[in-house]
Ligand binder design. Structure first.
Ligand code: AMP
Length: 555
């Protein structure tokens, strides 16, 4: 028997029309570095999104399913593109401006992007690549920057795309658009993984997946934001849709504070001081930087009721440091393939105010109803949710990828190491799940240290090291060892002006982890190499070790 309910498509268009009507006075504030920030209401941004859609359609010939790329910081114009392209039936493709240029060229070609909207400040990055991006027909430039770099001669045989100014292109066009009725399953946006091995892989989000994910992001068990909040969206819009915030905010009228290109600790601290956001979202390395800045130039950041930290493991020490500043850290786990919200660490009612509360908060968090999870052992066996059995995490749900984009003429790709035969996503993350559904990650499948038949968690060692008061950052990787197969190599960055004897660090660790897990190999460095989205790049450390370029102390 079928239900009697209406079958209304869940679309980005609906989020847009709701946000601009019901929450028209909520604001997007974009930091400009000097002078007054740029302020734009949701109603204004919605009207400009309609103007952009008209321009894309009539002037640039963008049609259903065409890819419209963005190479942009977090700002109001980027939000406008977030809505204009999907709502008109095209596909928004956010480009990660920190990727190696060859990967960027490859991605644009693979997605066959026809248009790229670029911030003027990023033209020096884009201009020299355009001759290698033959699919790009139009470049739309937004914001300050030297347009002259686009006038250099194209490579021999190369074609020069047409260049437009964003404001001139949209100016004077109608501020409403007759948005088409869309199938909720059609592509709305795409994002390539920041793949550390092999070619990046394209994840294509549907209108439906974005809609459902936004509802999850807004739930009380998640970020729980309302129109009384302002969220500082530090996580880039080119990294998994800024964790869904540009969509979730339009659903609930949450004001957005956008840092544009001012992502260094000092301007971030200034923004918080001046604009008083109540929420912020970023990877741990951003928060480490902010803490160091606040130690040097103290400011009151207690306006932040809550910050969402994810993308890589949040060191418990970071959580403690924020607790002292009156800011609650909510740890979350996710991936490009999971839209990204997979878990979030809100402690259960019975633990609040007890000794257990912190133990729950440092987990990666609890699965929401929309994400089913299971653990698979090394021989493919299902492992119980007992809080101790560690296996590879597999997930499925309405905002989780079922395949990767196969290119213009290609079939969707379902590599066996990423998708199980019965359609679950294999996350490549190893961990345990407690009986009440809290995930604790211990490693990536490829980062776990296999020492003499036992597994050592690199994450556990890193967290233990980062609890040392003189350590700013620590990364632990597996290196080959004749006797044990693999052993941990600890790379540490000391806080400004301090050094600690490695033997003392080992003694410090000995109180926290089993003796056989203690690293023998130690390296002091000034910075841990990071990936394009700010995670520890362990493959670089492993390569440096293999090349003999690290100054290793052996204890
Ligand atoms: P990306 O697709 O670039 O967002 O990377 C996703 C990967 O980041 C996950 O598979 C995890 O390995 C890692 N990750 C994300 N959040 C966390 C977290 N809270 N703790 C540990 N690892 C995380």
């Amino acid at each position: 028997m079928l239900s009697t309910m209406q079958d209304v498509p869940l679309t980005v268009t609906r989020i847009l029309t709701h946000g601009t009507q019901v929450h028209g006075t909520s604001r997007i504030t974009t930091w400009t570095g000097e002078g007054e920030p740029q302020r734009r209401s949701f109603a204004e941004a919605g009207a400009r999104a309609a103007q952009l859609a008209h321009a894309l359609h009539t002037e640039l010939g963008v049609r259903d399913g065409d890819r419209v790329a963005t190479l942009m910081w977090n700002n109001a114009e980027h939000v406008e593109a977030y809505y204009a392209a999907p709502a008109m039936g095209a596909v928004l493709h956010t480009l990660n401006l920190r990727l190696p240029v060859d990967q960027l060229v490859w991605i644009v070609g693979h997605a066959a992007d026809r248009v790229v909207i670029v911030n003027g400040s990023l033209l020096p990055l884009l201009a020299p690549l355009l001759s290698r991006m033959p699919s790009i027909e139009h470049v739309v430039v937004s914001g300050p920057g030297d347009r002259a770099v686009l006038e250099a001669d194209p490579a021999p045989g190369g074609r020069r795309p047409q260049v437009h100014d964003y404001e001139e292109l949209i100016g004077g066009r109608p501020t409403s658009y007759d948005w088409p009725e869309l199938d909720e399953r059609q592509a709305a946006a795409m994002c390539y993984t920041s793949g550390t091995t092999g070619d990046p892989k394209g994840v294509v989000y549907s209108h439906r997946s974005i809609y459902l994910h936004s509802m999850q992001a807004n739930s009380a068990e998640s970020m729980a934001l309302t129109d009384r909040d302002t969220t500082l969206v530090i996580v880039p819009q080119f990294h998994v849709n800024a964790w869904g915030l540009p969509h979730a905010t339009f659903m609930s009228g949450v004001n957005m504070l956008m840092p544009d290109r001012f992502l260094q600790p000092k301007p971030l601290a200034e923004m918080i001081d001046a604009e008083r956001p109540t929420h912020a979202a970023a990877v741990p390395s951003i928060w480490q930087g902010l803490l160091a800045e606040l130690a040097e130039r103290p400011r009151d950041i207690s306006c932040l009721n809550q910050v969402t930290v994810g993308g890589s493991a949040c060191p418990p020490a970071l959580m403690v440091a924020f607790d002292k500043l009156g800011v609650t850290v909510r740890h979350a786990w996710g991936m490009t393939e999971t839209s990204p919200l997979g878990t979030i660490a809100c402690p259960p009612a019975h633990a609040i105010g007890t000794d257990e509360e912190f133990a729950y908060r440092v987990t990666q968090g609890r699965f929401p109803a929309g994400v089913e999870a299971r653990l698979t052992g090394p021989n493919g066996e299902r492992l119980p949710w007992d809080g101790t059995s560690a296996g590879e995490l597999e997930v499925r749900g309405p905002w989780i990828a079922a395949a990767y984009y196969g290119g213009v003429d290609g079939e969707p790709m379902r590599p066996a190491d990423k998708f199980s035969e019965d359609g679950w996503l294999k996350t490549g993350d190893v961990g345990t799940i407690s009986p009440d559904g809290y995930l604790t990650l211990t490693d990536r499948v490829k980062d776990v240290i296999k020492s003499g038949g036992e597994w050592i968690s690199s994450l556990e060692l890193e967290n233990a090291l980062m609890a040392h008061p003189d350590i700013a950052e620590a990364a632990v990787v597996a290196v080959p060892d004749e006797k044990w197969g693999e052993r941990p190599l600890a790379t540490v960055v000391f806080k400004d002006g301090v050094t600690v004897d490695f033997a003392d660090l080992r003694a410090f660790l000995a109180d926290r982890v089993a003796k056989w897990q203690l690293p023998e190999r130690w390296v002091c460095t000034t910075v841990v190499p990071k990936t394009s989205v700010g995670k520890f790049d362990k493959k670089v450390i492993r390569r440096q070790y293999a090349d003999g370029t690290l100054d290793v102390t052996r204890l």
